[in-house]
Design a protein around this ligand. Structure first.
Ligand code: PMP
Ligand code: GLU
Length: 397
């Protein structure tokens, strides 16, 4: 029997696959260091957990409005106003099952068959697959290590066509940690305006910026840009709530309505209990997030310094999110235990087999000669893992 051609072409999420493999090995008693998951190692703050317990005790266990409870959507509007200078009405907010569903809703709401979406390389693993699922076509634009992995108008001009419908901006970026400044965002918005593009602005790492850098939402650059932007955000990273599955979009009322209609058939509302937890995340004390961010910054500094001291690999100091992209191209062609490293996938597989360190191969992000390391793990694990990577590289011949 012939199954769906479209679905059969969808690759599994490498980030989730390797993270699961590391967890599986650990459960078997293997001393694995995992730099794989983009997932804070901190537990969800207690006030948020308590709010979820209260929600259950108070009977908030039923279907809610598809777009989310009104209190949460209003709290999101307040957050967008206070943090990003963006004025939205609750009718423009759709709360979904993680930012992943927010992205899926966005692509389904805006794309017609064959429409192109400009995707920067390296990209977060799910963008191309979600675009394809929505019958769109990902068109890749190179950024380049030398440009701090940021695309510029010159690179964008080379890939834009009459079929271009939207452009992805992931700021701060997964996997590179790049943060765009206001001038760069202004140039991108001008490009979007000129080419009549929708901007999918994935701001899920917004709070995770370092060196005093502040995230700017591209939607805040003017009413016309806001009107053509779908802001994607969520609770997974900022509030250490990956498992709760709460993300949201802020968009024009027209797009929000289409997305809510789609979601009303796909999943309905995201978990009611998680929504009350997210409400507390926004309304409750924020101290826990700030201590988490300071800890991430310390870990970034340490991991980056250690990586720089290892021969034959190069990294760029990230300014946001919690990942470091490491260029391993000088190790391609080298041999370990009789096996040749031809790709970053080989590098990641052998590193896991031989030294029990899990990393994500660059293939997941469209860059074959890189690996991604997440520093959303304890300092102790970082020390151990980096020393194993050093050992691994010293054994390559
Ligand atoms: N966007 C980016 C760039 C991400 O790294 C992630 C990782 N989970 C997501 C969106 C989706 O987040 P979630 O579905 O957990 O809210
Ligand atoms: N976004 C995280 C990552 O890139 C979590 C895994 C996923 O959702 O793909 O590792």
């Amino acid at each position: 029997m012939e199954l769906s051609f479209k679905a059969k072409k969808i690759e599994q999420s490498v980030t989730l696959m390797i993270t699961a493999k590391a967890k599986e090995l650990r459960a078997k008693g293997v001393d694995v260091v995992s730099f794989a998951a983009g997932e804070p190692d901190f537990n969800t703050p207690k006030n948020i957990i308590d709010a979820a317990k209260d929600a259950m005790d108070n009977g908030n266990t039923k279907y809610t409005q598809t777009s989310g409870i009104i209190e949460l959507r209003k709290a999101i509007c307040k957050k967008l106003k206070d943090d990003n200078g963006l004025l939205y009405d609750a009718s423009q907010i759709v709360v979904s099952t993680g930012a992943k569903q927010s992205l899926a809703n966005s692509f389904m709401a805006i794309l017609n068959p064959g429409d192109e979406v400009i995707v920067p390389v390296p990209y977060w693993v799910s963008y191309p697959e979600l675009i394809k699922l929505a019958d769109g076509k990902p068109i890749f634009v190179n950024t380049g290590e030398e440009n701090d992995y940021k695309y510029n108008v010159e690179a964008l001009e080379k890939v834009v066509t009459s079929k271009s419908k939207a452009i992805i901006l992931n700021n701060p970026n997964n996997p590179t940690g790049t943060v765009y400044n206001k001038e760069e965002l202004e140039a991108i918005s001008e490009f979007a305006r000129k080419n009549d593009l929708i901007i999918i602005s994935d701001e899920i790492y917004e709070k995770l910026t370092y060196d005093g850098k502040k995230h700017v939402s591209i939607a805040s650059l003017g009413e016309d840009i806001k009107a053509r932007t779908i802001v994607i955000n969520g609770f997974s990273k900022t509030y250490a709530m990956t498992g709760w599955r709460v993300g949201y979009t802020a968009s024009s009322t027209e797009i929000a309505k289409i997305m809510a209609n789609i979601q009303s058939h796909m999943t309905s509302n995201t978990c009611s209990i998680a929504q009350y937890a997210a409400l507390e995340a926004l309304n409750g004390p924020q101290e826990d997030i700030y201590s988490m961010i300071s800890e991430f910054e310390l870990r970034r500094d340490y991991m980056y310094k250690e990586l720089c001291s290892i021969n034959s690999i190069k990294s760029i100091r990230p300014q946001g999110a919690f990942y470091i992209m490491v260029n391993i191209e000088d190790n391609i062609g080298k041999v370990i235990n009789g096996e040749t490293i031809n790709t970053s996938l080989d590098f990641a597989r052998l590193l896991l087999d031989i030294e029990n360190v899990a990393v994500i191969p660059g293939e997941a992000f469209g860059l074959n000669t890189y690996i991604r390391l997440s520093y959303a793990t304890s300092m102790e694990a970082i020390e151990k893992g980096i020393s194993r990577i050093r050992e691994f590289i010293s054994k390559l011949k």
